[in-house]
Design a binder for this molecule. Structure first.
Ligand code: ATP
Ligand code: MG
Length: 367
C-alpha cells in the first residue's frame, strides 16, 4: 500500500500542511525540533489511532488549538481509500471514505505501518512492558479482534484486582464471585496468549532469516515467548483452561496479600537470543540494535503475509546509525516493494546514490 497524500490541521507544530507523497522513497530533512518526527508520527497515528511516543492523545493537538485533523489518502491493492481522524479533548473520531467508524477497531488496519526509531532498541534492552506494548501494537494492527480481547481483558483484570484488594481489607472473600472473575480472566487470557504465540512463531521465521542475512550468516536469532506461567500452546484449550484455573486457585492467598493478579498476559515477556546466548544480557550494542532492526523488518514480511500487501515503512533517524552495509541491506531489500519515509538531519551520512529517485521534503518550523 502507498500513502499518496497526507494533510494535517493543527497537528503538533503544524498549523496546516498538505503533502504529495506518492513516491516510493520520501526523505524528510531538517534541523532538530522542526517537525520531522511529527510527520512520521502522524502517519503512524493514521494507522493505529494512537501515537508511538505518547499515550496522551491531547498532546497531538497543536498548542492553543481545540482539535487536530489528519487525513491520509492511500492506494491499496483494491483501490483508493481516504482516512480521516479528528482528535479533540473529548476523544477521537475516525472515518473511512467519509463514513463514521463506530469502533476504532474497525478503522485500525486500513493502513499498515512499521515504524523503526532509535527508541526501538528498548524492545530488546528495556522492560517487559515495552515488549508487551510491541506485541499489542503489531498484532492489533493486523487482527483487530485481538485489540477487542485485550480491552475486555483489561476491564476484567481491573475488576478482579479491585476485588482482591477489598477481600484482603475486609478479610473475607466472595468465592462465587471470584470464580466468575477467574473464568473470564482465563478465557480471555487463552485467546490473547494463543494469538501472541502464533505471532511470535511467524515473526521468528522471518527474523531469523533476515538477521542471518544482515550478519553475513554468522548469527542465529531466536525469539521466545515467555508467558507468565508454563503454557504449552499445543495442548487442548480445555486442558489449558483447567491448568490456568488451578494456577489461580493456588495463587489466591498471595494475590490477595499483594492485591493484584499475578498471572496472565499482563505479565508476559519475550526473550531474544543470538547463537543461544541471551541478547539482553550478553549482546553487544550493535547486536542489540541489529536484533531490533531484524524484528522490524520481519514485521514487514509478517504484515505482507497476513494482509496480502506490504505496509509503509517509517524510519525515524535510524539510517545514519547503521553502517553502510546495513543501510544498503535495508534499502535494497525493500526499495521497490515498500513505500518508505525517512527522516534525517542531513544527507551526508545517507547513501544518497541509492536514493536517486526519492522525493525530498525540507521541514522548517512546522512548514
Ligand atoms: P529531531 O531532529 O530533534 O528529532 P524533529 O524535527 O523530529 O527533531 P519533532 O519531534 O518532529 O522534531 O518536533 C518537535 C517540535 O514540535 C518541538 O519543537 C515541539 O515543541 C513541537 N511540538 C510538539 N508537540 C506540539 C504541540 N502539541 N503543539 C505545538 N508544537 C508541538
Ligand atoms: Mg525527530
Amino acid at each position: 500500500m502507498h500513502l499518496k497524500k497526507l494533510a494535517l490541521r493543527d497537528y503538533r507544530n503544524y498549523e496546516s500542511v498538505e503533502l504529495a507523497t506518492e513516491g516510493a522513497v520520501n526523505i524528510i530533512i531538517g534541523p532538530n525540533a522542526q517537525g520531522k518526527t511529527n510527520l512520521l508520527e502522524a502517519i503512524f497515528v493514521l494507522a493505529l489511532t494512537k501515537s508511538h511516543r505518547t499515550h496522551q492523545d491531547k498532546e497531538l493537538i497543536r498548542f492553543g488549538a481545540e482539535r487536530t485533523m489528519l487525513r491520509g489518502e492511500i492506494e491499496k491493492k483494491y483501490g483508493p481509500c481516504t482516512l480521516d481522524l479528528t482528535f479533540t479533548n473529548q476523544g477521537k473520531k475516525a472515518k473511512i471514505n467519509g463514513l463514521d467508524q463506530k469502533r476504532l477497531s474497525d478503522f485500525i488496519g486500513a493502513l499498515n505501518v512499521v515504524m523503526f526509531a532509535p527508541e526501538d532498541l528498548n524492545i530488546v534492552k528495556g522492560s517487559p512492558s515495552i515488549r508487551r506494548q510491541f506485541l499489542n501494537m503489531e498484532i492489533g494492527q493486523v487482527q483487530p479482534s485481538y485489540l477487542y480481547d485485550l480491552s475486555q481483558y483489561q476491564k476484567v483484570l481491573a475488576q478482579r484486582n479491585n476485588m482482591l484488594k477489598t477481600s484482603f481489607r475486609e478479610s473475607k472473600v466472595n468465592e462465587t464471585l471470584l470464580e466468575v472473575w477467574n473464568e473470564q480472566l482465563v478465557t480471555l487470557s487463552i485467546k490473547i496468549m494463543k494469538k501472541r504465540q502464533n505471532f511470535i512463531h511467524k515473526l521468528q521465521k522471518w527474523a531469523e532469516s533476515i538477521h542471518m542475512g544482515i550478519t553475513n550468516g554468522t548469527e542465529t536469532l531466536e525469539i521466545g515467548y515467555v508467558p507468565s506461567f508454563a503454557y504449552d500452546g499445543s495442548v487442548e484449550e480445555s486442558v489449558l483452561f483447567e491448568q490456568f484455573m488451578i494456577k489461580l486457585s493456588q495463587a489466591k492467598d498471595q494475590e490477595m496479600r499483594r492485591g493484584t493478579t499475578l498471572y496472565g498476559p499482563h505479565k508476559d515477556d519475550l526473550a531474544f537470543s543470538i547463537n543461544k546466548k541471551d541478547v539482553q544480557t550478553f549482546g553487544s550494542q550493535g547486536q542489540q540494535r541489529t536484533t531490533a532492526l531484524s524484528l522490524k523488518l520481519a514485521e514487514i514480511e509478517f504484515i505482507q503475509e497476513e494482509v496480502g500487501e506490504y505496509p509503509i515503512l517509517l524510519l525515524d533517524d535510524v539510517l545514519s546509525e547503521l553502517d553502510t552495509y546495513r543501510q544498503t541491506q535495508l534499502l535494497e531489500t525493500f526499495q521497490t516493494k515498500v513505500q518508505t519515509f525517512i527522516t534525517t538531519t542531513g544527507t551526508e551520512s545517507l547513501q544518497m546514490n541509492r536514493l536517486k529517485n526519492a522525493s525530498i521534503f525540507h521541514v522548517r518550523n512546522g512548514q
